[in-house]
Design a protein around this ligand. Structure first.
Ligand code: C2E
Ligand code: CA
Ligand code: CA
Length: 735
């Protein structure tokens, strides 16, 4: 770029872009300057009805040189001045011309000088210096000559304006893309795109920039950002927009990959190397004059767009929940950090956990589950979008930050007083609420989240209330649990856990055919900590996977030892937790262990509970099928206590069904007897072996025998015992 060009650009940049408008005017603005009123009338008459370059003429009038300068100051769109030379002074016209050029900086306006005195011509130098188009005597200005003169002057005027417009547009585009290239923040980037584009098109700054291909779901459209009005949707998915038309236009534009230009809005498609994007603006754009710049502008953005890539991809997926478009856990923690530092953000945090969600998810379908979560998010947004921060923190846990007047348990309850409508079904929503107020000071967002989570857990444990406010004492209990985890890990690593065995007796054969392996954790004082206490802790801390592996090894070792002592065909059933199924190597590990210990796969049985099935039926059923294919049997533990999974039962590769001990213990009541009877007959229909656990009395055992239950386990025969005791027990019984 030469220094001259640079000057030009600076010059244009200083002006208020009015050149851009000039070409859009409905007609050519002609200013007649003459102190003789007659000339005004004659000129206007001569030109009446004339159209030049497709536009009519309209006239302005000034009666002195000074007048004309004032008029121009007011009217930036004057295309041509017909200027009388001699007016209040001999050279009043020339003085005015000098002012127009030098003081008003009106370089484009064409000037035609006229004089009544033939022979009086301005000097050549003046004509050049002040860029005078033409010099005519008034008598020369017949209609024909006048029109010809005007045509050529208007042509050159139009050309000048176009050049200037080109300059301005290109300069705008260049500076816009320079600006965009530097921009790494997606929100700022998008805001700038909308702003620059609207400026270029001379429409109000209002619009949004959407992009596809940033998230894992390649079809998801994310609103990167936009003008003020659209800021609330930043980083949300397209569906978050409340404007149906806007959503439609943008998705059509992505689908058809073509601009959608209408009178009320413009939706422009652009493709970079990596993404497809759409720029939507709230106003129609004038294509005729500025159309060619649209493409230049868009291709410039698309280059800049590729530059924001990685960082953005990370940021968006990092802070937004794909399903609902709300903040995700990381986004929520960020918002919580702000909350901790800034009291204006609110004085309460709420965690809302939908009860029985996984049952709906797996009982009906994941699709319905997702829709339910979305409409839950909508319900929350309807009420809280303007007053609170909303996030989906976990699968079925929503987080809210706001003021107590909004986020009390009653207010939140009101939201769900009527059911959600999903796939034409009504779902009443029950939930638990954990609340943390500002009175409980927190050091950072993460701690605040943990404390709200502690309150949430507390509310789940409560039978009477579905909410709980955080209390310091909860944290002490947490600290206790943490201590337990440490101790458990240490004791497990030191080999202090034991696997005890409890006999299972076949009713028809009246002998021990198998046993259940049950973990024991001895304390230093020699007491046993109940697995009901430490298994949940082991599950929570992830320690259960290592412990579970060990239990299976230990069970295999015991089978070998039993065989060595002459007790063949005693099966051991082992309890497994859901956490173990989450490990993709679970099945392989078990098969590997069985192989290493060289035990028959049939001698190991796995006890799973219904809740395991509910969590992720597909994965679990696949794993069970694989295990079954390897000859390992599965028994369904605690049957009847979980969410009824009857619909799954016949699809499951299980061979045994275990009547839960709570039912067995209620057998002496009339209703209780019925339940056990129903379960056992159901098991028989499904051709499953039935086993009753927790059998403590002779009468229970007799009743179970009548009901044709196959196997019995319980204190009536024996309590769980260490391996050596179990061997002694077997030896005694086989005598
Ligand atoms: P579960 O699978 O329902 O195990 C049966 C529980 O009933 C055992 O309690 C057993 O001692 C108890 N029991 C057996 N017969 C009777 C009886 O006649 N009356 C009464 N009142 N109770 C009886 P335990 O050993 O305390 O185990 C509790 C739970 O801990 C187990 O319930 C199981 O869910 C879990 N668990 C134990 N060992 C393991 C393990 O190795 N891995 C996993 N994941 N969980 C385990
Ligand atoms: Ca069990
Ligand atoms: Ca059980």
């Amino acid at each position: 770029m030469s220094s001259e060009d640079v000057d030009d650009i600076l010059l244009f940049a200083e002006e208020d872009d009015s050149a851009l408008n000039v070409l859009d005017e409905q007609g050519w603005h002609i200013l007649i300057v003459d102190d003789d009123k007659e000339i005004h009338t004659v000129t206007q008459l001569a030109l009446s009805g004339v159209t030049i370059l497709d536009k009519p003429l309209f006239f302005g009038h000034a009666y002195s040189g000074k007048d004309s300068v004032d008029y121009l100051r007011e009217h930036p769109d004057v295309a041509i001045i017909l200027m009388d030379v001699v007016m209040e002074e001999d050279d009043a016209g020339l003085t005015a011309v000098k002012q127009i050029r030098d003081v008003l900086h009106r370089y484009d306006t064409r000037i035609i000088l006229r004089t009544g005195q033939p022979g009086y011509a301005p000097e050549e130098q003046v004509v050049q210096e002040y860029d005078i188009n033409d010099y005519k005597t008034k008598t020369e200005l017949t209609r024909n000559k006048l029109v010809t003169t005007l045509v050529s002057a208007l042509r050159s005027y139009r050309q000048l304006c176009q050049i200037k417009q080109n300059h301005i547009c290109l300069e705008q585009i260049t500076s816009a893309s320079a600006c965009l290239q530097k921009q790494r923040d997606p929100a700022e980037f998008s805001k700038l795109i909308v702003e620059k584009f609207c400026k270029l098109m001379q429409i109000p700054n209002a619009g949004v920039f959407a992009i596809k291909g940033l998230t894992q779901d390649q079809n998801q459209i994310i609103l990167l950002g936009g003008s003020e009005d659209y800021q609330a949707y930043q980083s949300h998915t397209l569906e978050a927009l409340e404007n149906g038309r806007c959503i439609r236009q943008i998705s059509t534009c992505f689908k058809t990959k073509t601009h959608q230009l209408t009178e009320q809005d413009a939706t422009l498609f652009l493709a970079s190397q990596k993404y497809h994007a759409v720029l939507y603006v709230d106003n129609g754009i004038n294509q005729t004059e500025l159309g060619s710049y649209i493409e230049i502008f868009l291709s410039n953005i698309s280059i800049a767009l590729d530059n924001i890539k990685l960082i953005e991809e990370l940021k968006i997926t990092a802070f937004t929940d794909k399903l609902t478009g709300l903040l995700n856990r990381a986004g929520f923690i960020k918002a919580l950090n702000r909350y901790v530092d800034d009291p204006a953000q609110g004085d309460v945090i709420a965690l809302l956990d939908i009860a029985h969600f996984s049952e709906i998810n797996h009982g009906l379908s994941q699709e319905i589950g997702n829709q339910l979560l979305k409409s839950c998010a909508d319900r929350l947004s309807e009420k809280y979008a303007s007053s609170c921060t909303i996030a989906r923190v976990n699968a079925d846990v929503f987080g809210l930050i706001g003021h107590q007047q909004w986020l009390g348990p009653e207010q939140i309850q009101e939201l769900f007083n009527y059911p959600l409508l999903v796939a034409e079904q009504r779902f009443p929503i029950y939930f638990n609420l954990g609340l943390l107020t500002r009175d409980d000071s927190t050091v950072n967002g993460l701690q605040a989240l943990k404390r709200a989570d502690i309150a949430l857990n507390k509310s789940k444990q409560s039978n009477s209330l579905n909410f709980a406010y955080f209390d310091e004492s909860f944290e002490q209990k947490m600290a206790w649990r943490l201590g337990m985890v440490r101790q458990l890990r240490a004791d497990f690593n030191a080999g202090r856990l034991q696997l005890w065995l409890q006999p299972q007796v076949s009713i028809s054969e009246q002998k021990v055919i198998s046993c259940e392996a049950l973990l024991r954790w001895p304390t230093e004082q020699g007491n046993m900590i109940s697995p009901d206490v430490f298994i949940p802790i082991a599950e929570h801390s992830g320690l259960i996977n290592d412990i579970g592996d060990w239990v299976i090894e230990e069970a295999c070792r015991h089978i070998k030892q039993l065989e060595n002592r002459g007790f063949h065909k005693i099966r051991i059933s082992v309890n497994v937790s859901i956490a173990q199924f989450r490990d993709p190597n679970f099945v392989d590990k078990i098969c590997h262990t069985i192989e290493i210990f060289n035990v028959a796969p049939e001698s190991i049985e796995l006890e799973i509970t219904e809740s395991i099935l509910m969590e992720n039926p597909k994965v679990v059923i696949q794993a069970l099928n694989d295990l079954n294919a390897h000859g390992i049997n599965i028994s369904l533990d605690d049957f009847g206590t979980g969410f009824s999974s009857l619909s799954y039962l016949n699809q499951l590769p299980i061979s045994k069904m275990k009547v839960d001990r709570t039912f067995v213990q209620e057998m002496d009541t009339p209703n209780g007897a019925n339940i056990v009877e129903t379960i056992i007959s159901l098991g028989r229909k499904l051709e499953l072996t039935t086993i009753a656990e927790g059998v403590e009395t002779q009468s229970q055992a007799e009743r179970l025998a009548e009901l044709e239950c196959d196997i019995i386990q319980g204190f009536l025969y024996a309590k769980p015992m260490p391996f050596d005791d179990f061997c002694r027990y077997l030896a005694e019984k086989s005598h």
